[in-house]
Design a protein around this ligand. Structure first.
Ligand code: SF4
Ligand code: SF4
Length: 215
């Protein structure tokens, strides 16, 4: 968990909720991760309510169907903003939140509040350094290679339309869009899984293996 001052990212309707509580679990997003994140959100909400503070929960990234109530909450505020403002990670060249310890493996939820918490130190720019593995091996050339700063729009980092088209073309066994190569290839993802880190290149054989893994 981290606490961030998110003032700069708020729209008028939620301008009073200046603190973002960023919640993360080290698991892939699935039904049990979502229910655990919601449980943590409920605990935070109860505490805030009992102390008399206002709050708004942005749910875990589980339902982005256009028009659903939850999808409208996502548009209000991004988990990425809460995470970076709380110092829990930066936006990698793959467009995902990269946590220094767990890489891109975390699933996220956010609670915005007007409680006067002392914020953690934010991360304001990319810590990807010279690494560009995800950019080089993205099969749809969706990643621009630009380094994130708090001032960068996300669409300068990822061409989401290219990624979406490719993922829709590649269906996994349960018929959901699938790729994930930019996650699996990230050195921070290897670190998060406890696999030794490596240099900034892949052999031909490894590249082939990776493609087989991803598809
Ligand atoms: S999910 Fe696949 S297509 Fe999309 S950005 Fe990552 S590597 Fe590229
Ligand atoms: S693969 Fe490298 S460039 Fe891409 S997100 Fe991970 S650290 Fe950043």
């Amino acid at each position: 968990m981290g606490i961030g001052d998110v003032t700069e990212a708020l729209t008028d309707e939620i301008r009073h909720l200046k603190i973002g509580i960023s919640l993360a679990i080290n698991r892939k997003l699935n039904a049990s991760t979502v229910s655990e994140l919601i449980r943590l959100q409920r605990l935070a909400e109860r505490w805030l309510r009992e102390k008399g503070y206002r709050y708004l929960s942005i749910p875990p990234d589980s339902d982005r169907r256009k028009g659903s109530f939850v999808s409208r909450l996502y548009e209000l505020f991004s988990h990425k903003t809460a995470a970076t403002c709380s110092g829990l990670g930066w936006i990698g060249k793959n467009g995902l939140i990269i946590n220094p310890k767990y890489g891109p493996w975390l699933s996220w939820a956010t609670v915005l509040t007007d409680a006067p918490f002392e914020p953690d130190e934010p991360i304001r720019e990319s810590l990807c350094g010279e690494c560009d593995l995800c950019v080089r091996y993205c099969p749809s050339e969706a990643l621009t290679g630009r380094k994130w700063t708090v001032l960068s729009p996300y669409d300068e980092i990822v061409h989401y339309d290219r990624c979406k088209t490719l993922k829709e073309d590649i269906k996994s066994f349960d018929e959901k869009p699938n790729c994930g190569l930019c996650i699996n290839i990230c050195p921070y993802a290897r670190k998060g899984l406890g696999v030794p880190s490596r240099d900034n290149s892949l052999s031909k054989r490894e590249k082939k293996e990776f493609k087989e893994l991803a598809y």
